[in-house]
Design a binder for this molecule. Structure first.
Ligand SMILES: NC(=O)c1ccc[n+]([C@@H]2O[C@H](COP(=O)([O-])OP(=O)(O)OC[C@H]3O[C@@H](n4cnc5c(N)ncnc54)[C@H](O)[C@@H]3O)[C@@H](O)[C@H]2O)c1
Length: 324
């Protein structure tokens, strides 16, 4: 790796969304150092980058500052980081409800340590993967970036919100700029978790029956990972503020879990019996419906090409092919 080319640190680099982000950064000709503790991501997703001289990977736990600092310091040598994309977090919301320590460590402490690292290495720019989970259950209200009070209903959402607050404070002291990206449900490959992967795996194991968590009426917006990363890079390039908060999502009101179940069933096992559970929540911390305002991002000049339905149909095909 050429010294002057090392610019981006991507935490959670072996995960689902990071895969597309890293690919796009490398395509731009930028250098990438990816960090992951491999708790949920896998090295297999990084294989395609392994021969690229602009790419390097280190295994480190971002919740352990000494480990993070040592691996990043060693990989950098005399090179300089300009951007951190902080994607490492717990992605299993129900697991974090069972054991709150998981989100304290992987969702909050990782952010705290990344900010500490940025201070030590004098890194100016942070791009943070936040979540619609910070809004909590808004009922029929549409969540725009100025919505409040923010009352997350999962430990995951609480620790994302705490991370945002810590980042905001750091902009006052040692960070030149922070972008806060509030993601909706993001879908595509390489899938590490989520409703489509869950359904595909269940139908592979038992082709005659598909069990759904909740009654299938949960309605949420879905965005394909290619479009999500497109929006992140657009904001990085076009936004000019020191602290930029953006909802990223489709323009529609989303699709139901029942629609996703039927789409997967029709592609994999047409005769399968879809067995719905009770209630309009899949798990504690799930919201029955969620509606996003993305007008701030549209005003900046970015719009998705796919609606939730198109994104789901494309991701179902991709995940079925990947799991074959
Ligand atoms: N996928 C979505 O629908 C979605 C929605 C909202 C927000 N997000 C956020 O986007 C980011 C990426 O999510 P994803 O879907 O790619 O999840 P993912 O689980 O595929 O990726 C997260 C990666 O972080 C790594 N990681 C976790 N804890 C770590 C630690 N302590 N140290 C180092 N690495 C650690 C995991 O091993 C994994 O590879 C996360 O911050 C997530 O909260 C995702």
């Amino acid at each position: 790796m050429m010294p002057s080319e090392m610019t981006h640190l991507v935490t959670g680099g072996a995960g689902f969304i990071a895969h597309t982000l890293i690919r796009r950064l490398l395509e731009r000709g930028d250098s990438v150092l990816a960090i992951d503790n491999l708790s949920r991501g896998s090295l297999a997703s990084l294989e395609r980058f392994s021969s690229d001289p602009l790419f390097s990977f280190r295994q480190a736990d971002c919740a352990d500052y000494a480990s993070l600092r040592n691996e990043v310091g060693d990989a950098l040598g005399t090179m300089t980081l300009t951007n951190v994309w902080h994607l490492a977090a717990n992605s299993d919301v129900p697991a974090g409800v069972e054991d709150p320590e998981i989100d304290l460590r992987d969702t909050f402490l990782t952010t705290f340590n990344v900010l500490k690292l940025m201070r030590e290495f004098a890194v100016p720019n942070l791009h943070f993967a936040s979540s619609s989970a910070i809004y909590g259950d808004l009922g029929d209200r549409v969540a725009d970036e100025a919505a409040g009070p923010l009352e997350p209903i999962s430990n995951y959402g609480a620790m994302k919100l705490a991370s945002e607050a810590q980042i905001r404070a750091s902009v006052e002291s040692h960070i030149q700029r922070a972008d806060i990206f509030r993601f909706p449900n993001v879908i595509g490959t390489p899938a590490t978790h989520g409703v489509i992967l869950d359904f595909v795996r269940k139908l592979k194991a038992t082709p005659s029956r598909l069990d759904v968590l909740g009654n299938g009426t949960q309605r949420k917006p879905y965005l394909h990972v290619e479009e999500l990363v497109d929006a992140m890079l657009y904001i990085q390039t076009v936004a000019t503020g020191r602290y930029n908060v953006f909802n990223i999502g489709p323009k529609d009101i989303g699709v139901t879990v029942g629609f996703i179940a039927e789409t997967v069933q029709s592609r994999m096992s047409n005769g399968a019996n879809i067995c719905y559970g009770a209630g309009d929540r899949g798990w504690v911390g799930d919201v029955p419906k969620f509606q996003y305002s993305t007008s701030r991002l549209q005003s900046l000049g970015w719009e998705p090409r796919m609606d939730s339905k198109t994104a789901v149909m494309r991701a179902v095909n991709e995940i079925i092919a990947e799991q074959a």
